[in-house]
Write a protein that binds this ligand. Structure first.
Ligand code: F3S
Length: 395
């Protein structure tokens, strides 16, 4: 890979040890993927935050890095969800031991100037890259959103790769950074109209077929932004999709060259219903409903608050979101409506990356295909996948 003079100095350690180590990671990635050069980035989104997933080794690695005063991000960088709600952890039942370690991880990132937003929907809270800009994001659902809906350019970075990119302000230029790798290779003709959790079911189905390819959807009705975040999250969880196009809607569909795609599938209403049924591992009622995967938008919070008006829930309800959305929901009165029904707005974390399995729940109800896919394997709990209103049990 060709480095500029300045990059060569960074690589040789003239700007300090952390920048040298970070360049080492970027150059190694570039060599693996045959990149010709590094490219400047305008934004990073860093995963590898929950103590549940990175453990003591990850925590100590980050604390070591953060001790170096040179270890500061060069560009706006935000953080993925952590393992607990950093404010309400005690009330939610998370242990002080786990929480203490989680706080150390978040503090280490904060010292490196990664904004400790702890959300997987950074694009809802101001980390919004422009179309065509190069970025290094690592949360897979956010990567799918950034590439597909915003038209920015990122590979599916690992946590250390995204952090190294944030510290150097650069990433290796390969894969989705290059125009020629953004063309569709599977046509998906969706014959039925979709709503709510159907988008996740569609993403789950197509992700299994396309793997790490690029699907090009022709839809029968027009989705809204919240549908797209659910679709992308599911595509990225059953497959490894980082980019999709929707005819007439997403910013790059006209450059996607669908006529060159090798395969085509048709998705019917029966296909969607079959996926919806298969994603549930239990026919029991959920003892915890867990929504907000990816983290809920203000509109989603409002819809849930309105659905709950006048109801008292028998099952517990967590609605996962960012602290920014929670603040807006409080101002609008949505938070209070949810709490009055017995639910909670939960920030900074989610049903997959928190140690939810330690809290005594057995069946988790979700309306996200990504969560339905991961809760059984990552938490060892049963899952029911359905639209929110069907998961409610009233007192
Ligand atoms: Fe976000 Fe957790 Fe889902 S990180 S995309 S809410 S699994």
């Amino acid at each position: 890979m060709q480095l500029t003079q300045k990059e060569e100095k960074m690589y040789q350690g003239e700007y300090g040890e952390t920048i040298r180590k970070s360049m080492e990671i970027l150059v190694a990635l570039g060599d693996i993927y045959d990149a010709q050069e590094l490219v400047d980035i305008t934004s990073a989104q860093v995963s590898g935050v929950s103590y549940k997933t990175i453990g003591d080794a990850g925590m100590e690695y980050l604390e070591d890095l953060a001790r170096d005063p040179q270890a500061k991000t060069k560009i706006p960088s935000t953080l993925n969800p952590a393992g607990v709600d950093l404010d309400r952890w005690e009330e939610l039942g998370f242990s002080p031991e786990f929480t203490h370690r989680q706080q150390r991880i978040v503090e280490a990132y904060g010292k490196m100037d990664v904004m400790t937003t702890c959300t997987c929907t950074p694009y809802l809270i101001g980390n919004v890259p422009l179309q065509g800009s190069h970025i290094a994001w690592s949360e897979s659902s956010a990567v799918a959103y950034a590439n597909s809906v915003l038209g920015a350019r990122t590979n599916r970075e690992g946590g250390p790769g995204a952090l190294a990119a944030a510290i150097c302000g650069k990433t290796p230029c390969y894969g989705f950074h290059l125009e020629e790798n953004r063309r569709a290779n599977l046509l998906v003709d969706v014959e039925c109209e979709l709503q709510g959790a159907d988008y996740g079911a569609l993403g789950y189905l197509v992700g299994q077929t396309v793997g790490d390819g690029i699907p090009y959807f022709t839809l029968s009705n027009r989705p809204v932004v919240d549908n797209l975040k659910g679709l992308g999250a599911a595509l990225a969880s059953s497959g490894a999709v980082a980019l999709y196009h929707i005819e007439g809607l997403t910013p790059e569909y006209q450059n996607a060259h669908p006529e060159e795609a090798e395969d085509k599938i048709t998705v019917t209403w029966d296909d969607i219903q079959e996926v919806r049924e298969n994603l549930s591992t239990s026919s029991e009622k959920a003892d915890l409903i867990c929504l907000g995967c990816p983290h809920a938008s203000l509109e989603e919070i409002r819809d849930i608050a309105e659905t709950l008006q006048g109801k008292k829930l028998k099952n517990e309800l967590w609605l996962c979101t960012s602290i920014n959305m929670k603040a807006a929901a409080e101002r609008m009165g949505y938070s209070q409506m949810i709490e009055q029904a017995g639910g909670k707005l939960v920030c900074d974390t989610c049903m997959v990356v928190s140690p939810i399995e330690e809290l005594g729940f057995e069946v988790i109800g979700v309306d996200s295909a990504k969560a339905a896919n991961y809760v059984p394997s990552m938490c060892g709990l049963e899952v029911v996948f359905d639209d929110f209103k069907n998961l409610i049990v009233e007192k």
